[in-house]
Design a binder for this molecule. Structure first.
Ligand code: ATP
Ligand code: MG
Ligand code: MG
Length: 381
């Protein structure tokens, strides 16, 4: 069973796998964004070679990787070619081609976490079905086919409720709120328009939507959960995440909530990750309601922006932990070595844009604070 106590107890196990030989291992990562970049940083420290596949020539992970293959992580042939060079294949993004992963797994490639996990998670509706079947508490949800069925959801769930794209969502793009019945038809258009403009080019997907009951949360929490190849699980301290326009803006570690809530959140996160297959770190996004309930929002099968703070504040960062997990090394201690930590996300803008100066002023101020560390994603504009 899931016990928050057991999953938070870090212990040195006997018969540890030796670290020697790891430098010969090639870790392949689908996606080369900031999470891939930070994974490369941790890997370099451990002399582990990471190669990344990302279509963007100057992607954040490119310069720090052992090798950057420029190509689409959604394209079957490209991923198969890339996989030939990898001892183990992993992810920094879940929006990848699952059929290819399954094929590679059948051929014996080591994919961590498993293709089955990516398949469940990349379709948010399937994800909800999966977690509800595993007894994880979450807001009520249902599939919709047209505005008529969305109206039914309004009758069942009340207003407001969320309309969400099943696939390819991030930073709230793909979500819309229906505040009352008259808004449904326009709200349904939002994820559909985003689909049409952003994602249609990818093709081959079911452009489905689903709806979720409004979660009247007082706080959003998140837990990074590490799972070893031996299925052992360790949980990082529960953090509070504060979003600004659906983008992770501030993370407070640990979350300033009663111990009982921290235990409950850890328990839900532990159970959610236990129901999935494969090694690695996972991020579990949660809602805390006024009456002390914890509801699952979604799970990411990878490192997460809510876990950046672990680089400085925990004995083992989420990135090092991910490498340890997928390579079958002993998991590291996830507990905090500082009393508390704050992550503040500075959104950069190109030179000449209004946000450019502000971002640089904030960086300047951060550099003057003892104990503060700046991490710049270096995302191409
Ligand atoms: P991410 O970048 O985390 O992958 P996403 O595009 O998958 O984001 P969600 O996590 O589904 O989007 O939702 C984004 C935010 O919208 C949540 O963090 C939360 O603030 C709000 N939200 C989502 N679902 C609900 C809900 N059912 N009730 C109330 N607020 C919600
Ligand atoms: Mg998401
Ligand atoms: Mg989310």
């Amino acid at each position: 069973g899931a016990s928050p106590d057991s999953c938070n107890t870090f212990s040195h196990r006997k018969n540890d796998l030796p670290i020697h030989g790891v430098s010969e291992t090639i870790v392949g990562v689908l996606g080369g964004g900031q999470l891939g970049r930070m994974l490369c940083q941790a890997a370099s420290q451990m002399a582990i070679k990471v190669i990344v596949l990302d279509p963007v020539e100057n992607c954040p992970a490119g310069a720090l990787s052992h090798c950057h293959v420029v190509g689409s992580y959604d394209d079957s042939v490209t991923v198969e070619e890339f996989a030939k060079r990898c001892s183990v294949l992993t992810f920094e993004i879940e929006h990848v081609n699952v059929e290819t992963l399954e094929k590679l797994e059948q051929r014996g490639l080591d994919v961590q976490p498993k293709a089955s996990t990516i398949q469940i998670i990349q379709d948010k509706y399937l994800q909800k079905v999966h977690f509800s079947l595993h007894g994880i508490p979450l807001p009520k949800f249902m599939k919709i086919d047209d505005p008529e069925s969305a109206k039914k959801a309004g009758d069942l769930f009340g207003y407001p409720f969320m309309i969400k794209s099943r696939r390819l969502a991030y930073d709230g793009r793909g979500n819309a709120v229906a505040k009352r019945e008259e808004e449904i038809s326009s709200a349904v258009q939002i994820p559909l328009i985003i689909w049409a403009t952003l994602f249609a080019a990818l093709g081959g997907y079911d452009h489905g939507l689903y709806v979720e009951q409004w979660a009247p949360f007082v706080k959003e929490l998140a837990v990074i959960v590490a799972r070893g190849r031996d299925k052992s699980i360790l949980c990082y301290p529960v953090v509070e995440t504060i979003h600004r326009e659906n983008i992770c803006h501030i993370v407070k570690a640990p979350a300033n909530v009663p111990l009982k809530i921290r235990k409950l959140a850890t328990d839900v996160a532990y159970k959610a990750v236990s129901s999935l297959e494969g090694a690695g770190v996972y991020a579990v996004e949660l809602f805390l309601t006024e009456d002390g309930q914890i509801l699952l929002n979604e799970v990411a099968p990878r490192a997460h922006n809510s876990g950046h703070h672990t680089i400085e504040s925990c004995f083992t960062s989420q990135y090092e932990q991910h490498l340890r997990a997928i390579l079958g090394l002993q998991l590291g201690d996830p507990s905090m070595k500082t009393q508390a930590a704050i992550m503040y996300n500075i959104l950069g803008e190109d030179e000449g844009e209004p946000g450019f100066l502000l971002a640089h002023q904030l960086i300047g101020r951060a550099l003057g604070i003892s104990g503060a560390t700046v991490h710049w994603y270096d995302k191409p504009g």
